[in-house]
Design a protein around this ligand. Sequence first.
Ligand code: 5RP
Length: 318
Amino acid sequence: MADITTSAADKKEKEYFLDVPQQTPGFFLKGSHQYDWGLKNRLSRVFNPKDGRTVMLAFDHGYFQGPTTGLERVDQTILPLEPYADCLMLTRGIQRSIIPASTQKAIALRASGGTSMVSPFEEWEGELDGKKIKFGRPGFEPLSNESTALNIEEAIRLNASLLAVQVFIGSAYERQSLKNLTDLVDAGARYGIAVMGVVAVGRAMARNAQYFRLATRIMAELGAHVVKCYYTDEGFDTITSCCPVPIVIAGGKKLPELDALKMSYNAIQQGASGVDMGRNIFQSEDPVAMMKAVRGVVHEGLTPDQAFAMFNDLKGKK
Ligand code: 5RP
């Protein structure tokens, strides 16, 4: 699907200039040096200006899957983690009802939604060669049929630094989700609020570097100030290299702690500007210890083994 070739020239081998950092004269954050003051200031709340990195704590999962494991009581499980995050990624409902307005943390506000994990999938039974078989419409995943889910005045009231919008490249609702992104970029531009495009991977999509290069680059070209995608074992550095704005990685499904720390480390080494991690933190056997270990990797240059030793040392201590 990606890299559709149309001529001999298009077939030339790609050059990612992996050893040549993109210049951002006068500002610390990739691709952000020509923005206006307010936008730069908000991005400086999300990303630490000392190292250009962030540990975002993602707990917005309830916007489509309700009380996710570990998020049944956000007041009990997430508030203790708040001191160790640079940025809180959440929904407006949780922000208003649970998060103290006195927080000093940057807010990344979920700005798309409208579907759920039980939205009906269009499929039907039929017969093929005398056998009963299920048919579906490939790409028509109900979850991807999102709209924008808040307006810009609400984002200002909630003092958001970043708006998060899901984008479903390759799905039947691709165009609609890209329109959600560009609508939010236009609205955010009026007030200096940044937008993070989140690569959503549908069931039919491959989680490989080729797909993420395509999806992250499209979002950046259409105006996303930050892009979130998954880590890939192969070619992650090519994804960060050809995306002109910062990339943060999602954690994905819960992994053993050492594996999640290795993934974070490898992503940072290959050009990610941080993590936007949820389940691998709040579903950890010790979420505070895990949060501190992830910070060690992102901000203190710890290796996965050093960070895992830190996790084990802190585990179980109050
Ligand atoms: C919801 C999101 C989540 O914030 C994102 O997936 C991060 O959470 P996790 O680390 O648990 O994957 O974008 O769709």
